[in-house]
Design a protein around this ligand. Structure first.
Ligand code: PLP
Length: 374
């Protein structure tokens, strides 16, 4: 048996009639860019978040930097985030011309550690960019408090946690904008690239709408902008999938609980932590080997036994070759937790359409390695 890492095709087959119907509707509408399906999906996405506005854009990276620009962020501004995230979080800061400031992550959740933020704040700090890593919200209450004390903006990188909730807060409630990605493998993913900004601020909504469409919100009238729109075909796929997202996230939670129960006695790995009261949606199920030198042997063992495990993210941003490519960047304080996470992380297969048999094999093989590891 081979246990794949992704279940895109299984997901398509599960709701094929709904997706096909929406694609057909778009094709027959004759409107493929900024058409009625995009408007419909934007309404549905805003409503799903309990927020006023959602703007579909080309991808999650664009969602981030378009939100930064709409909030007036630019050269000279410092944005605080973490190095153990997908590269795009920092890339978007640089595309906006701002400075990326990296602080350490929390040793349990691997999201930004709020207790490390204040020491990194300077008069140039403009915003905090927490990433809801692996499907679990960062500690937004603590982050909001810091932002209020220092008059900072907060932009949530929510590429990995659509449908998650924090303890007593929902995504978007404590920030200025939420940015998400719909690339194929995300919890809410299309058959290609896509992204969105979700916000309650009318001026952010208006500005992102203009920026994504050549600086235009009226035919033939332009200011400086870009081309970054979510196509209607993708909006149709996403509209069909949005109706199932909570049920799919529940399945991810079920498989995660089964993995954690099965692996709880393993001696050489630590299991993902769920902050009490938080609703983790397990975009990824990431274990860590207790010893960095165990990571590659375990990964190789799983792969050799038909389990497509991967790593997110084995090379932290500041360890990438050529960092920071002439871009403004600063590491604030030691970042041992982010370094440990990069050295020890392994993502086990995690998607809603897994089977009990597949999850059983992942547990069996991980334990088999654990018994023999020295
Ligand atoms: C945390 C994070 N931020 C940003 C992105 C960028 O999204 P995209 O690939 O759609 O540009 C991703 C995903 O790819 C991500 O995981």
């Amino acid at each position: 048996m081979i246990v794949p890492f992704y279940g895109h095709l299984r997901q398509y087959h599960g709701i094929q009639a709904e997706i096909d119907a929406n694609i057909q509707e778009v094709l027959e509408s004759g409107q493929y860019v900024m058409g009625p399906m995009l408007s419909r999906f934007e309404r549905e996405l805003a409503e799903y978040h309990g927020m006023k506005y959602a703007i579909g854009v080309g991808n999650g990276t664009d969602a981030l930097w378009l939100a930064f620009l709409a909030l007036g962020i630019g050269p000279g501004d410092e944005l605080i985030t973490t190095t153990n995230t997908f590269f795009a979080t920092a890339e978007a800061i640089w595309i906006a011309g701002a400075t990326a400031v990296f602080v350490d992550s929390d040793p349990q959740t691997n999201c930004i550690d709020p207790s490390k933020i204040e020491a990194a704040i300077t008069p140039r700090t403009k915003a905090l960019v927490p990433v809801h890593l692996y499907g679990q919200c960062a500690d937004m209450k603590a982050i909001r408090e810091i932002a209020d004390r220092h008059n900072l903006l907060v932009i949530e990188d929510n590429a990995q946690a659509v449908g998650a909730r924090g303890g007593g807060f929902r995504i978007g409630e404590l920030s200025d904008a939420v940015c998400t990605s719909f690339i194929i493998q995300k919890n809410l993913g299309t058959f290609g690239d896509g992204g969105a900004v979700v916000t309650d601020h009318p001026q952010v909504d208006g500005m992102v709408r203009k920026l994504r469409n050549h600086g235009s919100d009226e035919r033939s009238c332009h200011s400086m902008g870009y081309n970054s729109r979510l196509d209607d075909l993708h909006a149709g796929v996403l509209s069909a999938k949005l109706k199932h997202i909570d049920q799919w996230n529940d399945l991810r939670r079920k498989w995660s609980a089964r993995l954690s129960a099965g692996l709880k006695d393993a001696r050489h790995i630590t299991l993902p932590c769920q902050t009490p009261g938080y609703h983790h949606v397990f975009h990824l199920y990431v274990i860590e080997t207790r010893q960095p030198q165990h990571r590659d042997p375990l990964l190789d063992f799983l792969n050799a036994n038909g389990i497509d495990a991967k790593c997110h993210y084995p090379i932290a941003i500041h360890r990438q070759e050529g960092y920071p490519w002439g871009k403004p960047a600063r590491i604030a304080g030691p970042i041992p937790n982010s370094e440990r996470n990069a050295a020890c992380c392994i993502s086990l297969p995690m998607f809603p359409e897994l089977t009990g048999e597949e999850v059983g094999l992942v547990i069996e093989k991980t334990l088999e390695w654990d018994r023999t590891a020295g």
